[in-house]
Design a protein around this ligand. Sequence first.
Ligand SMILES: Nc1ncnc2c1ncn2[C@@H]1O[C@H](COP(=O)(O)OP(=O)(O)OP(=O)(O)O)[C@@H](O)[C@H]1O
Ligand SMILES: [Mg+2]
Length: 258
Amino acid sequence: MVDDVVIRTEGLTKIFEKGKKREVVALKDVNLQIGRGEVFGLLGTNGAGKTTLIRLLVGLLTPTEGSATVLGKNIVKDMAYIRQRVALLPQEAGIYDRLTARENLIYYGGLYGIPEVELNERADRLLEIVGLKEKEDFQVKGFSGGMKRKVLVARTLVIEPEIVFLDEPTTGIDTLGARVVRNLLKVLSSEENRTIILTTHDLNEVSELCDRVGILNEGKLIAVGKPSELEEKFKAANLEDVFTGLVTGEGVYGGDHL
Ligand SMILES: Nc1ncnc2c1ncn2[C@@H]1O[C@H](COP(=O)(O)OP(=O)(O)OP(=O)(O)O)[C@@H](O)[C@H]1O
Ligand SMILES: [Mg+2]
């Protein structure tokens, strides 16, 4: 049982048509519930369907079959309501290269109608946290890949969303920076009770951060649970063994693990 459900999917399916007769089933019959304040990790190999699931939940894609609600609202009919309350850090995010780090945050927050004084305070705090305060007035086009990613994490959080979707937030960020981002997410979840859904290929990050994980394989959700529960259930030493066993079919992991 998940308390205070903020995301619920029922039979959620996405099929991409690729020309005549060719189709890709990116997501198949996914049933999932996520509760308020949870840090939920989506795991899966390349092409497993993680980004597709996130894009459906923020209205960038429409489902082929099934349905989902975010904050109790339907993802097809009520996206205007949902969009005001959730934020997405896309896997391949566009950044405004010609704006400065600070301007990126201010511009984005402005799109959400956040008052200027408030927005400036939030930008100060976030730029400080991600370690870019001294570079805040430099154009982003001169930044390294990891620095751009930090600007994007800060930009995503500047709107103070109820739910934040982060598609590989720490990819490309150095060890220290990734730690800063993880700590920021922990604070958001524990002190501010915001719901965080993230994808990552770093299983240590998952163990450290996530209350629960969902493992996707070829579009299907094949296991959901707390990292420790999954380790116990599959008699595995760590999450990596659980993951490897499930997605390669090695070991005794056949059947339904939801
Ligand atoms: N816009 C699209 N058009 C056609 N096929 C797509 C599209 N987006 C995704 N797919 C396909 O859907 C499947 C799932 O892709 P998705 O991007 O969700 O995977 P992922 O789990 O996020 O992988 P990664 O770890 O590489 O980011 C893949 O087979 C992919 O090729
Ligand atoms: Mg992806």
